[in-house]
Design a binder for this molecule. Structure first.
Ligand code: CU
Length: 707
């Protein structure tokens, strides 16, 4: 019962046993008498559970210290210990996905629907250097279900179906995996379909929050004599999906990801791992299809109908060699981004939002993991990365009719910024050095001490560097401010400390970790130095009586600290309690302000009643008020709340699990601090600029079937 070491037991039960698509033969069913109990494993993993939504973010939220910034139902962005966006290294099947959308509409998690997830995992605290380039905010992993090799040379046919339905506005999703395999070859086809209408809360509707996504992928695997090869092609297609916290909605985000993985065991006991990946994705967003377009109030209330067309091509590679205590390797990726804004009614109108933006990373690392003696284990790591960034020249035509007056003025102002940007030193290199030292000290059979120190660095994102016109394409910050990029930004450097223990017996476990991040040159929007040109553009583009605040990405100083823990208690053979607690505080060090969009103190507590083939549980999700908000970002406070969820699982046969539950049982109205503000002008249920409400009650049911 190895899962016992990984999880509070009720999560084991929550799991629909689809960790492997074919785990049917070994039911991971409740058993209070497990042999021994080791500490938490690294990375800390949770198997997939049946959710009320197709959004994998709802699983990530269950990891200690993790939370989700949500700008729409399919655009979950991971937050770990107060850091989010490009600061967190999110790996989907081992690969860091590049986003086609400059506002993170196709966030990495959007590439893997919940019905196809095998497990999600987290390196608690300091992520090892081997887990990726730019891991200042940690590494979080989501893996898809993969067929296993067969036992003999006969072909075996297997598969998995996971499907769910939630009554909150007809949310439904299904995933299917079918495979044929023997002991040498495996081949699988897997796909998913997600649909849902605009979501509801209390007596209202979040407009727009409909969702639509299809995925399909094929995988071929080969193994022989210590060699293993995997080839994988994934196609994803997100259709019209609302993002009420952003200025536009998703019309589509689609594309392909290609992966090749190879590993070989050598005679000397070493192992080589290699991976190649290529991604090609395109994205269209619009501000007038799922919502009413805004008007430019200072331009004679002219309709501001806009589309934005964006794309990314990226390729990456990773090779490492592991032998005894050592792992060394090199990796890198190159991504090229474009985004153009246009007016559907006036074809000649266009703005290059990002043109030929390149962000290339080259990196080498070495990691040494040593069991010094019975009670001391240490891991030391070093990584050097070169980040090269560049952007093409930008152009625009905001006055295609060649009108005089305001339009001519607008274009001449934009021309000034354009020329400034085109003459700036857009080619920038950054040298990053990551160093980590983590230690585990085993005090006795039940108790381990963990501590670690690290230095981690991150280069600016392309949005932070190359946003040349005051706009909101900021990788999903969704704070309602207009931003200016800053070509001359410096890299961020974080000094991180971690201290925790992991106490684990057969009847109970508790593993609190405290952390401190001292971040120099933290990149944050600060009030833009009044510039007549930028102010004039901002004023002319205004869609409300009050001009948007303009912030510019700048280097400031910050610190984040907090504690997160996860725990369980088996009270009797049938009753158990478990949960997580996560707290983080983010502050500026250069001013007395707080950091933006920091998760409030959050606890999940679940009481479960467990039988051999079924279990039921009641979960309390308690969230404190967030009063420590960022004045610089005009961030609004939120109140605390408690939600209660019911969930049940029934293992009907070895292969079939039925799940059902009710989320937000009491249909409580609440606002998720990480949920963004309503950008829609004409939703009678939510005022524009008000924080978006969390979802109302949702009764859901799901099925998981292995064959
Ligand atoms: Cu977008």
């Amino acid at each position: 019962m190895s899962y016992f070491k990984l999880l509070p037991i009720s999560l084991v039960l929550l799991a629909t046993f689809n960790h492997s698509a074919y785990a049917a033969e070994q039911l991971r069913l409740p058993s209070m008498s497990v042999e021994g109990s080791a500490g938490e494993e690294t990375p800390y993993a949770l198997p997939a559970i049946t959710l009320s939504t197709p959004d994998t973010g709802d699983m990530i939220k269950r990891l200690p210290g993790a939370n989700i910034n949500s700008n729409g139902p399919l655009t979950s962005a991971v937050q770990y210990r107060g850091l989010f966006g490009d600061r967190v290294n999110v790996l989907i099947d081992g690969v860091r996905i590049s986003q086609a959308g400059p506002n993170r509409m196709d966030s990495p998690l959007s590439y893997l629907p919940s019905s196809r997830v095998a497990d999600v995992a987290l390196y608690r605290g300091i992520a090892p250097v081997s887990s990726g380039i730019e891991t200042i905010g940690g590494t979080i992993i989501a893996n898809s279900k993969k067929a296993e090799f067969g036992a003999g040379d006969e072909a075996e046919f297997h598969g998995n179906t996971a499907a769910g339905y939630a009554e909150n506005r007809n949310t439904r999703y299904a995933g299917l995996l079918a495979s044929v395999a023997n002991d040498t070859h495996r081949f699988q086809v897997a796909g998913s379909v997600d649909r849902g209408n605009d979501l509801g809360f209390g007596s209202g509707t979040i407009r727009p929050s409909r969702q639509e996504r299809d995925t399909i992928g094929i995988t071929y695997g080969f193994q022989k004599l210590g060699h293993e090869l995997e080839l994988d092609i994934e196609h994803h297609d997100t259709g019209k999906t609302g993002t009420a916290a952003l200025p536009m909605d998703i019309m589509y985000a689609k594309g392909e990801n290609y992966k090749a993985k190879f590993s070989k065991e050598l005679n000397n006991g070493g192992k080589i791992n290699a991976r190649l990946n290529y991604q090609d994705a395109e994205h269209l967003m619009s501000n007038y299809v799922l919502r009413t377009n805004p008007v430019m109030v200072n331009m004679g209330s002219a309709a501001m109908k806009r589309n934005a067309d964006s794309d990314v091509q990226s390729q990456g590679y990773h090779i490492d060699y592991a032998q005894s205590d050592w792992k060394v390797g090199f990796d890198g990726d190159q991504a090229e981004h474009n985004a153009t804004i246009y007016n559907p009614d006036t074809t000649a109108f266009f703005i290059d939002n990002y043109n030929d933006v390149e962000r290339d990373r080259y990196s080498v690392f070495a990691q040494w993991n040593n069991q010094l003696n019975e009670s001391w284990n240490t891991e030391l790591g070093a990584r050097y990365s070169l980040i090269q960034m560049d952007a093409g020249r930008v152009n625009s035509n905001m006055n295609p009719m060649n009108m005089g007056g305001m339009m001519a003025m607008m274009q001449s102002n934009v021309n000034i910024l354009q020329t400034e940007f085109n003459n700036s030193d857009r080619s920038q290199d950054e040298n990053l050095v990551d160093l980590t030292a983590t230690f585990t000290h085993k005090i006795d059979e039940d108790l381990d001490l963990n501590f670690g120190l690290a230095r981690k660095e991150r280069a600016p994102s392309y949005q932070e560097r190359y946003l040349w016109l005051p706009m909101e394409s900021t990788s999903g910050l969704a704070d309602g401010n207009n931003y200016m990029g800053n070509v001359n930004l410096d890299k961020e450097t974080a000094y991180q400390g971690e201290l925790g223990f992991d106490w684990h017996t057969q009847k109970a476990a508790f593993s609190p970790h405290i952390f401190y991040h001292h971040v120099n040159n933290y990149i944050q929007g600060t009030l833009y130095n009044a510039n007549a040109t930028v102010n004039a553009i901002n004023h002319m583009m205004a869609t409300s009586a009050v001009d948007r605040t303009i912030l510019q990405f700048n280097n400031v100083d910050a610190k984040l600290y907090g504690i997160d823990a996860n725990w369980f208690v088996a009270m009797t053979n049938t009753w158990q309690l478990d949960g997580t607690v996560s707290y983080v505080r983010g502050e500026r060090r250069d001013t007395s302000d707080n950091l933006y969009r920091i998760a409030p103190l959050t606890a999940r507590t679940m009481l479960s009643y467990v039988q051999t083939t079924w279990r039921v549980g009641v979960e309390a999700e308690t969230v404190a008020a967030q009063n420590k908000v960022s004045a610089e970002n005009n961030e609004q406070k939120t109140s605390g709340y408690a939600l209660f969820n019911l969930m049940g699982n029934y293992q009907a046969t070895k292969a079939l699990t039925l799940s059902a539950g009710i989320n937000n049982l009491f249909d409580r109205d609440y606002q998720n601090h990480l949920g963004g503000y309503n950008r829609i002008s004409d939703n009678p249920d939510i005022a524009q600029g008000e924080r978006l409400p969390g979802l109302g009650r949702s009764v859901y049911a799901g099925v998981n079937f292995n064959w």
